[in-house]
Design a binder for this molecule. Structure first.
Ligand SMILES: [Mg+2]
Length: 430
């Protein structure tokens, strides 16, 4: 940590700032762009979004009033080489442009896959704010980065990585990890869709699909699967428990059943509702009576289970730490080498043969966390592959979709990459 002086030294050595391309200037991308551009040695020189207004709005907040906006590769290259700030609506160019670092924050698994995979093959470092993509093809992207001598990382600021920081801390101190997870921010409305949340989304100036992915649980399921895959800690069960808990009761709730809690087994990932949000937690135990005595003395409770708790996660605002870590330490903040948990797709309404499935945060399906071995046994489709799939037969509401229920979009890159990952034996540990 303490990257600011080292970033400055890096820029001095390079003779210029690290040139960052940001793809996706929605709420997350805008926050990221505003923050990263304020850090020494890092400059956003290219912003790509399908909506040019979002590009100029971001540049306005960076104090740039005259960005070059173009979809012509030659014009873009010339402007970048002349040290100008550039905007474009064409995301498929990014891998070929003279920039050092690509940040992907579209939130769409398919677009994320296109940008990330092509950029890694072009030997550019890539940081993503797209955990939906990572839980689907993360192992393949990690291997592609290693093979090309570059960094692939999921960004700091979201719950999976900030909870993993607590897990690493607990493990480094030789505590037993009993449970780890997050507090869920929004009320759980599993059948919500963009219409049912539209009013709330408008009031919060949010995209209704994004808010819906929070309320229907897709986001929490995805984040906890990412935490599971990157720590090697299994989910508590298919769908997890998601009990109510408070900061004060965390260690009582996430304790084994025989000690009055809800857990059938120790060492699991789960989430809770209540005032723990927007924080993350790990429940620890020590086998040393003296350490437990000291923990109690330090105000951590009566034991034997203790909650370590970080009360916040700063999302896009602290995401640039992962860029700094990649640039200065050549280190990925968060990645999985294989999947032990999966996010599968549960129907939110009765689907009929011939129906087309929309994506995460839409009307048809929600993300559901599953143990990878069970998902594999039951032939379940990862939700990251489901956009534009066609339903083959009628499926009632509340059903986990199998590969036999749908025809996946054959033009989708993420579908192809997932197949490659499966066939290369990268998806699951051997
Ligand atoms: Mg989050």
């Amino acid at each position: 940590m303490a990257y600011s002086a080292r970033l400055k030294a890096h820029a001095d050595k390079l003779g210029r700032d690290v040139k960052i391309a940001l793809v996706g200037a929605g709420q997350m991308g805008h926050g990221f762009g505003c923050q990263v551009d304020r850090m020494p040695g890092l400059s956003v020189v290219l912003v790509i979004d399908i909506d040019p207004v979002r590009i100029t709005n971001l540049y306005k907040d960076l104090g740039v009033t005259d960005p070059v906006i173009s979809d012509d590769k030659a014009v873009i290259v010339e402007a970048l080489n002349a040290g100008k700030r550039v905007g474009s609506t064409k995301s498929d160019l990014v891998a070929e442009l003279p920039i050092d670092f690509v940040v992907e924050s579209t939130g769409v698994p398919e677009i994320g896959a296109q940008i990330t995979y092509s950029s890694l093959l072009a030997k550019k470092d890539v940081a993503v704010l797209n955990v939906e993509m990572d839980v689907t093809i993360g192992p393949l992207l990690h291997k592609t980065a290693v093979d090309n001598g570059v960094i692939y990382t999921v960004c700091h600021g979201d719950e999976p990585i900030e909870a993993k920081v607590l897990v690493d801390f607990a493990r480094d101190l030789n505590f037993e990890v009993i449970a780890a997870g997050k507090g869920k921010n929004n009320p759980f409305e599993p059948l919500s869709n963009p219409d049912t949340v539209r009013e709330r989304a408008t009031a919060k100036n949010m995209n209704p699909k994004m808010l819906c992915s929070f309320t229907d649980g897709s986001k929490t399921m995805t984040e906890m699967v990412a935490l599971s895959n990157t720590t090697g800690i299994p989910l508590s069960k298919r769908g997890m428990y998601g009990p109510a808990a408070t900061v004060k009761t965390l260690q009582n709730v996430f304790a084994p059943v025989e000690d009055g809690g809800i857990l059938e087994s120790k060492g699991v990932i789960d989430y809770c509702t209540g005032d723990v949000a927007p924080g993350v937690f790990v429940i620890v135990k020590s086998d040393s009576p003296y350490i437990n005595h000291e923990m109690t003395y330090l105000g951590m409770g009566a034991g034997p289970y203790f909650a370590l708790y970080r009360p916040y996660h700063l999302a896009s605002i602290e995401a640039p730490i992962s860029v700094a870590r990649a640039v200065v330490d050549r280190e990925s903040s968060l990645f999985a080498t294989h999947l032990i948990s999966e996010v599968v797709a549960m129907t939110k309404k009765h689907l009929k043969a011939g129906d087309k499935i929309d994506g995460i945060g839409g009307y048809t399906v929600r993300g559901y966390a599953d143990i990878a071995a069970d998902a594999r046994r039951d032939n379940l489709v990862p939700i990251g592959l489901i956009q534009n799939a066609i339903v083959k037969n009628d499926v009632p509401v509340g059903t986990l979709l199998t590969y036999d229920d749908v025809v996946l979009d054959s033009n989708s890159l993420i579908v192809r990459l997932r197949k490659e990952q499966d066939e290369a034996g990268l998806t699951y540990a051997n």
